[in-house]
Write a protein that binds this ligand. Structure first.
Ligand code: 5RP
Length: 219
């Protein structure tokens, strides 16, 4: 089975988590694209959504889903999103698609975060995938210096401007032993918008697809 087929399987399984009434939070990335396609294909009713990227907003509107500004919403029931890595403690690296900040905002507003991945995303220790850090452009070099002192190897993601008008530094070869501490330390650097480490607010459910089907891990 290809990775694409596994993503499709897990995206379909996530339809069961869509609330009957109320707002759905929708993340970004190729697995989420398949999730949105499945909403359209199976004609699932979604009252309204909040979206973590311009692309997701466009796709949701394309299948007739009303997209709200999070400022118009109260905290809501369920946020569904992919991840680049997930550890056994339900902590994640996210931001491969450069949408980490909006994803973190929507995750913070959700009662339940359902993470949808294929089996390749499950890891014991986070950090094989380069950890994204969104930075304000004028702070890029100073943030990179500080990250180097912390032992990271920051690389500017070429040609990438986020939906917030910011840039991304990817931290390569940086195995993460204490995710919560590292999340706090990186977020405290002046000029950092946010780090793509979702340790303080991890997910609550992991749906992961293997050749045997879709499996569920619940916190
Ligand atoms: C985007 C993300 C995505 O959830 C993450 O990159 C996984 O993407 P994909 O479903 O394409 O593998 O965090 O910022």
């Amino acid at each position: 089975m290809t990775q694409d087929e596994l993503k499709e399987m897990v995206a379909k399984a996530a339809l069961d988590y869509i609330p009957r009434d109320g707002i759905l939070g929708v993340g970004s990335g190729s697995t989420v694209v398949k999730f949105i396609e499945a909403i359209g294909k199976y004609k699932i009713k979604v009252d309204a959504a909040v979206s973590s990227s311009n692309k997701t907003t466009e796709l949701l509107k394309g299948i007739g889903v009303r997209v709200l500004d999070p400022n118009e919403c109260e905290p809501y029931g369920c946020y569904i999103d992919g991840a680049d890595e997930v550890n056994p403690e339900f902590m994640m690296i996210k931001g491969g698609g450069a949408c980490l900040t909006r994803e973190k905002i929507l995750a913070s507003m959700a009662e339940k975060f359902v993470c949808i991945v294929d089996k390749s995303k499950l890891v014991d220790t986070l950090g094989h995938f380069p950890l994204p850090v969104e930075v304000i452009p004028m702070a890029r070099c100073q943030v990179a210096r500080t990250l180097k002192v912390m032992g990271a190897n920051p690389v500017l993601r070429q040609g990438c401007i986020t939906d917030n008008g910011c840039e991304i530094l990817d931290l390569h070869d940086f195995m993460i032993e204490s995710p919560i501490t590292l999340e706090d330390e990186i977020n405290a650097i002046p000029g950092v918008v946010t780090v793509g480490l979702f340790a303080r607010r991890g997910c609550d459910v992991v749906l992961y697809a293997t050749e045997d089907g879709v499996h569920t891990r619940t916190k």
